[in-house]
Design a protein around this ligand. Structure first.
Ligand SMILES: NC(=O)c1ccc[n+]([C@@H]2O[C@H](COP(=O)([O-])OP(=O)(O)OC[C@H]3O[C@@H](n4cnc5c(N)ncnc54)[C@H](O)[C@@H]3O)[C@@H](O)[C@H]2O)c1
Length: 331
């Protein structure tokens, strides 16, 4: 789909707007002529980074707030055409250590936002960022949307709850809601400081710092990945197309890759580096989903989305960005 006019002059609110996906989406929407408002708590343990707005801070409205904060969010809602709901606590291990906090962030605050939309702007189109984690350990591969949901960590439960509030509001109140169940997304502005939120950000940082990549287990686990530009295309396609109302879509990578081969490819593209195979820490093994890759046939058929960026190209662009901006991204 050509977005040349879809978002021109439209109002778009991005929750989690200073995080990885939200801040990249802000750039895309500005380039498409939208008026962009960002909401983010900037909670120190989350993935938000003020530097993610470098070069665009003066072009967006930024509200530091919880998306469920009625007093601060209500006044923003009435004028919005689109809400991209990208706010979240994304750490699986943190969800096990502090489940109430995870529940508040990923479920309660989303229910509050949905209810505010129902009251103050029932016409708005909402794109919710779901996750493959809701499927738990796959019964079959690739995983399509008919696969049973059976989360194996608290984060999967809270994300499923957040998604369900949106979809129930669609069914009961006809809110215009779409959920994209994302798989591993990577690219510039992702969280790099440690391994708490995703393994691949940790690997990018380690490569740039000359440290070994840690692979848990034997490295045979399969994953699929989406470069950020492809994930943004999916968010925009879902927003633009009314066919997506009330639907759930899986995203997926071009093809699955084992973690061992991913590490080798990253090292090759970086031009140097090494890896270690290490036993799974028990707290990670208990919530590991094994092999996963998604079936994106449904979103391809209905919205025309497919991943375009090759893994090599995406990794190269991300590594270039990490090297150039490391003083802002690692601290
Ligand atoms: N990146 C991935 O690989 C991936 C995979 C599956 C799902 N997702 C989902 O996509 C969304 C965005 O992921 P990301 O990688 O950009 O994460 P991120 O951690 O970089 O960004 C999330 C942002 O949300 C903010 N936030 C959290 N709770 C908030 C609240 N209640 N109100 C306002 N702001 C809040 C955080 O401060 C952070 O800036 C998340 O909901 C995540 O669950 C991401």
């Amino acid at each position: 789909m050509n977005f040349a006019t879809t978002f021109l002059g439209k109002q778009a609110l991005i929750t989690g707007g200073l995080g990885f996906i939200g801040s990249n989406l802000a750039r895309r929407l500005l380039a498409l002529g939208a008026n962009v408002t960002l909401v983010d708590t900037l909670h120190p343990e989350y993935g938000g980074n003020p530097y993610n707005l470098d070069g665009i801070a003066s072009q967006v409205q930024f509200i530091q707030a919880d998306q469920g904060d009625k007093k601060q969010i209500t006044p923003l809602l009435a004028r919005q055409n689109y809400i991209f709901n990208l706010a979240g606590q994304v750490s699986h291990t943190a969800s096990m250590e502090n489940p109430q906090h995870d529940l508040q962030t990923n479920a309660s605050s989303h229910l509050a936002l949905v209810e505010m939309c129902r009251q103050y702007n029932p016409q708005v189109k909402i794109i919710y960022s779901g996750t493959r984690q809701v499927y738990g350990i796959p019964n079959y591969l690739p995983v399509d949307e008919k696969h049973p949901v059976a989360p194996i960590d608290y984060n999967g439960i809270s994300k499923l709850a957040g998604e369900s509030y949106h979809l129930v509001a669609q069914r009961v109140y006809q809110l215009r809601v779409t959920s994209l169940r994302l798989t591993n997304v990577y690219g510039p502005r992702m969280y790099l400081r440690d391994a708490s939120k995703n393994f691949i950000g940790d690997w990018f940082r380690r490569l740039c710092q000359g440290q070994p990549l840690h692979i848990f287990g034997d490295g045979s686990q399969l994953r699929d990945l989406n470069y950020i530009d492809d994930a943004l295309n999916a968010l925009l396609l879902a927003a633009a197309n009314p066919l997506s109302d009330g639907k759930i879509y899986n995203l997926g990578g071009k093809k699955p890759i084992s973690l061992l081969n991913l590490a080798k490819l990253m090292i090759k593209i970086n031009g140097s580096g090494h890896y270690h195979l290490t036993p799974f820490p028990p707290e990670r093994k208990r919530i590991d989903i094994g092999d996963y890759y998604g079936d994106y046939t449904k979103i391809y058929r209905e919205l025309g989305w497919q991943p375009n960026t090759s893994l090599s190209e995406g990794l190269r662009q991300t590594l270039d960005y990490c090297r150039e901006h490391k003083s802002h991204d690692y601290s």
